[in-house]
Ligand binder design. Sequence first.
Ligand code: HEM
Length: 320
Amino acid sequence: MADRTRAEAAAAEDGDAQLTDRTVDALEGLSGVHPGKRRAHAKGICCRAVFTPSGLAAGFTTAPHLREAGIGIEALVRFSGSSTDPSLADILSPGKGLAVRFRPPGGDVSALTAVTVPVFFARTPESFFDLIKEANRLKGGGIGAIAAAAELATHFPEARHAFMHVGKLRPPASYATCRYYAIHAFLLVDEAGVRRPVKFEWVPELGVETLSLADLRSLPEDYLERDVAERLRNGPLRFRLDIVLGREEDPTDDPTRPWPEDRERIDAGVLSITDVAGEADGLAMDPTVTGAGIEPSDDPILRFRSPVYGESLRRRSSGE
Ligand code: HEM
């Protein structure tokens, strides 16, 4: 019995590793292999930042970067376009990303990745793989991006919400004028070990600002990266970190379903982005690396992202 259990566990692990590999292969299928580049969110810019906690989350978590009011926590930020193609013009990749790595002194590193839509396309790793496989098939058939999205939304009902949000996105005026959602539920753990489900959102100090059709004509391909560098010459770019408190009935295992809008929020602090930085070798924003005081929820997509990001890092670090 014990042997069978071990064999079953080994088979399950093999299956997971295969799904990880095949998913990264499928992402590569979308725009080809770009050696040395991330297999998604391939184009981006890194910046140095400081996060200053408000202290209002201290009763909910032991995470050092969320507790002590007024202490500046060193952070590294990467803004990105969602495409798998690092040479795609900024205007053409629909969603944008904001990945942050907090480095509290003497504490655990904690990563937080977020994008400009509040929900994801798939509920499970298997359905995400099927969706990307189908996207590859449609692309092979020469179908355009908008028709492909409509087709995918028909075949994958759970993806409809996400496609609806992506369809409503307008090109941002700046990476600094987007609202970013970490999508998944996480658990905050307090000093007594009590766990509470939460979601995280970054709210731009400058407000949300998008471009009009007239603005689009004269934009350089990397207008978002130029804009960040230019704005930083005049001072820091700031985002407020909102922690959204979940209630018992809110799903923690399904990133395709949003929580109701009226959930209580905590203003957890301010991220101040100060200057552009080169990218350190081996930088990867594994969203399950949360450090003490924050835990990944039971969301299967969140857990699957860890080995996928590891495989993407392995391939790009070895020059593939
Ligand atoms: C099955 C689900 C997902 C897969 C397979 C996937 C895949 C990937 C891959 C391969 C990378 C590049 C990793 C690297 O080389 O470091 C990446 C980056 C990224 N992903 Fe995902 N992703 C998934 C879900 C999500 C979700 C739900 C979000 C939203 C919070 C997200 C946001 C990002 C961001 C912001 C980056 C850029 C990170 C950076 O700047 O280093 N991803 N993703």
